[in-house]
Design a protein around this ligand. Structure first.
Ligand code: NOJ
Length: 550
């Protein structure tokens, strides 16, 4: 069933100077949150056929690959990150044939397809966990069951707290406790059990044989826990994007799993990749996940969490590039995803938030390495804050009495066209209501408007392919430890302004809320806000980023 990218599509799928073997080194990868992208059957929930029908949008946008969030059989206790059958498609999203059609259609237009794999935990409805609950001999050993502490074992086995709030342990009727770093419906697997590793190797092969180009590895830093599951001693709660050293994250043992997965991916021999969703305390710890014999990429959440501050941004950029260059891997840049407040809103919302979000996107796309674009960011969508509680699906919201409901507002379905909800999302409604004022944000409205965020992204992605100094022309050839593998240089600039060059190219970011004047670095080729230049001096608008040919 494996299918190949066509020769023509291959040419367009690998950007400028990087060969096909290293396509991922400077790829722009678009995240599709399937439930909210496009609904083909009118049930209000996005699906795989909907994604296929909307592939032309991605082709026109100019991305290299698409990452699909989980569409496997699942009770949907955590948006599909609770998988009950890793080899089957949930009827909510379609069928295996729909997946095959989607992968073929994407390949035919030069788009690669990455799918999620969720190895840290299963759903409580997975046959293994059902067997564990039913008391089948040996079945509990695939999970982390432990006796409780205190009188009658009524206290959890240790003091770990779940990422979604509350204890990371739940008790079953016979008195044992099981570990769940996330919701109780997501029991953690014990990766010391040989069947767990065997099963996941087989799951990876299943999807690779179907033709997918790689995997986004969920909680890639969590599968191995510190021996003895020690107390933290202060009841620390893990956060979704955290940097604290914890006994259940970023343990050295996880790297053996990634090495075995890399061998498996390489055995397919044609550019299949793994990207780690890993939260490590430092850029150096994160770089360990992308050593030459481990995964190909890791999400760089330090860029996402960085404030709109020039010093902080420059530090994150320098440290990220240095850490990955030291192991010969590309850096990734991420501004948004389905777990965080959309960056228009994080940057302050309104006109200012949008200006900064547009500038941040141009900055991200000018940097060496691979960039991730979360669906809707190319439309400048803000977070939707006023969703009715009863419609929210984020388990974190419901487990924290509404204190932590940060993940539904970025998952509101995409507005495609038309003057009112569901804005072309599908023939029916949409599982979360879209705001009444989104008519101006649809793909249809923004298309052809030279000032729109959509046209800015389209132009940036086109230029990124065309300008020889962008992308990662040196990638794959850099020497570990070399300080400047991408020919990137910071130049002196007025306070609040970042200015760097790459071969034939310069980028300025004015982070101030006021115009800043400086000598023109070259000929402006793209700007997030109109720049005024007389050829010698330039007036950089507030909160803007400009690309220059030099
Ligand atoms: C990270 C995913 O991005 C998030 O949505 C999910 O809740 C957790 N992993 C648990 O699988």
């Amino acid at each position: 069933m494996t299918h190949e990218l066509t020769a023509t599509s291959l040419a367009s799928a690998s950007s400028n100077a990087t060969g096909n073997g290293g396509w991922w080194r400077d790829a722009v990868i678009y995240q599709v949150y399937v439930r909210s992208f496009a609904d083909s059957d009118g049930d209000g929930v996005g699906d795989l056929r909907g994604v296929r029908e909307r592939l032309p949008h991605l082709a026109r946008l100019g991305v290299d690959a698409v990452w699909l969030t989980p569409f496997y059989v699942s009770p949907q206790a955590d948006g599909g990150y609770d998988v009950a059958d890793y080899r089957a498609v949930d009827p909510l999203f379609g069928t295996l044939a729909d997946t095959d059609d989607l992968v073929r259609a994407a390949h035919a237009i030069g788009l690669r397809v990455i799918v999620d794999v969720v190895p840290n935990h299963t759903s409580e409805r997975h046959p293994w966990f059902r067997a564990a609950l039913a008391g089948e001999p040996g079945a509990r050993e695939r999970y982390l069951f432990r006796p409780g502490r205190g009188a009658d074992g009524a206290e959890p086995p240790n003091d770990w707290e779940s990422v979604f709030g509350g204890p990371a342990w739940s008790r079953v009727p016979d008195g044992d406790w099981y570990l769940h770093l996330f919701a109780p419906e997501q029991p953690d697997l014990d990766w010391e059990h040989p069947e767990v590793a065997e099963e996941f190797a087989s799951v990876l092969r299943f999807w690779l044989d179907l033709g997918v180009d790689g995997f986004r590895v969920d909680v890639a830093h969590g599968m191995v826990k510190a021996p003895g599951l020690p107390d933290i001693g202060r009841g620390a709660q893990a956060t979704l994007i955290g940097t604290e050293p914890l006994p259940f994250f970023d343990q050295d043992g996880v790297h053996e799993i990634h090495r075995s997965w890399r061998r498996l991916l390489d055995s397919y021999g044609d550019g299949r990749i793994g990207v780690a969703e890993a939260w490590a305390p430092t850029s150096e710890r994160l770089a360990l996940y992308v050593r030459p014999d481990e995964l190909h990429q890791a999400f760089n959440f330090r860029f996402l969490t960085c404030p709109w501050d020039p010093e902080a941004m420059r530090t994150v950029i320098d440290e990220s590039l240095a850490a990955t260059a030291s192991v010969g891997a590309p850096t990734t840049w991420v501004l948004s995803n389905h777990d965080v407040v959309r960056h228009v809103t994080r940057y302050g919302g309104g006109a200012r938030g949008l200006a900064r979000a547009r500038a941040a996107a141009l900055l991200m796309l000018a940097l060496p390495g691979s960039a991730y674009v979360y669906q809707g960011e190319e439309l400048g969508l803000p977070e939707v804050a006023d969703l009715p509680d009863e419609l929210r699906r984020d388990p974190a919201f419901h487990r924290s009495a509404g204190q932590d409901g940060l993940r539904d507002g970025c998952r509101v379905p995409i507005p495609w066209a038309g003057g009112g909800a569901p804005y072309g999302f599908g023939p029916g409604g949409s599982w979360l209501p879209q705001p009444a004022d989104w008519a101006g944000l649809t793909v249809q409205t923004q298309t052809g408007d030279p000032h729109s965020t959509l046209e800015l992204y389209r132009a940036a992605l086109e230029l990124r392919r065309a300008l020889p100094g962008l992308g990662a022309p040196e990638a794959g050839r850099e020497l570990p430890g070399k300080r400047d593998p991408y020919g990137m240089r910071w130049l002196p600039a007025p306070e609040g302004v970042l200015l760097f060059t790459r071969p034939g190219f310069a980028c300025t970011v004015n982070t101030r809320g006021a115009v800043v004047e400086l000598p023109s670095p070259g000929r402006p080729v793209l700007s997030s806000s109109p720049v005024a230049t007389d050829g010698r001096t330039v007036r950089l608008p507030a909160d803007s980023c400009t690309w220059w040919a030099i």
